[in-house]
Design a protein around this ligand. Structure first.
Ligand SMILES: [Zn+2]
Length: 175
């Protein structure tokens, strides 16, 4: 099986787009998706400094990789484990984790927290796993899963993305 974009072998299969990519084009596809989402949400101002919250080691490293690429190294971030409120926070978490949290808030009728800046909110956990492999980063399995969400995603691929979109809309209205 060949890559969608070139004649190389398509090692990575995206279940979301149902296409195969070589490592290089897989990374490019993800980078474009993150860039598009960040541009639409207009939440980054390169004149400011941001705190990059250490979530998991692999998510932190992956976020750094893409932020560096997308902003050509112009974005100032400081890694932190103890975020303070004085600088805006970037909290890198996979789409799966965001969608799960939102679904549970919704089902339990809890008031949702404010949307955080998260470059990885458009990246599926399985994609995070592939990216870790490509970048040579140690990946730790996601234990925050939700059975309903996983069943729905298996039955209707794209469910997590739709949930994330709804979440963004609803949280915007709550502000
Ligand atoms: Zn390719």
């Amino acid at each position: 099986m060949k890559c969608e974009k070139c004649s190389d072998k398509g090692n990575v299969k995206s279940t979301y787009t149902d296409r195969r990519y070589c490592d290089k084009h897989f990374m490019e596809m993800i980078s474009k998706r993150i860039r598009k989402n960040m541009r639409t949400s207009k939440e980054i101002d390169v004149k400011r400094e941001y705190s990059l919250v250490r979530t998991t080691p692999h998510e932190t490293k992956i976020a750094k990789h893409f932020l560096k690429e997308i902003f050509n190294g112009r974005l100032k971030t400081k890694e932190t484990s103890n975020p303070t409120k004085s600088t805006p926070l970037i909290v890198p978490r996979s789409l799966d984790k965001e969608a799960k949290e939102f679904l549970e808030e919704f089902l339990e009728n809890k008031k949702g927290r404010q949307t955080q800046i998260n470059p990885l909110r458009v990246v599926l956990e399985e994609e995070i796993k592939e990216i870790s492999k490509i970048l040579g980063i140690k990946y730790s399995e996601n234990k925050e899963t939700n059975k309903i969400l996983e069943t729905m995603e298996a039955e209707y691929p794209g469910t997590k993305f739709s949930l994330m979109k709804s979440m963004e809309e609803i949280r915007k209205k709550q502000k």
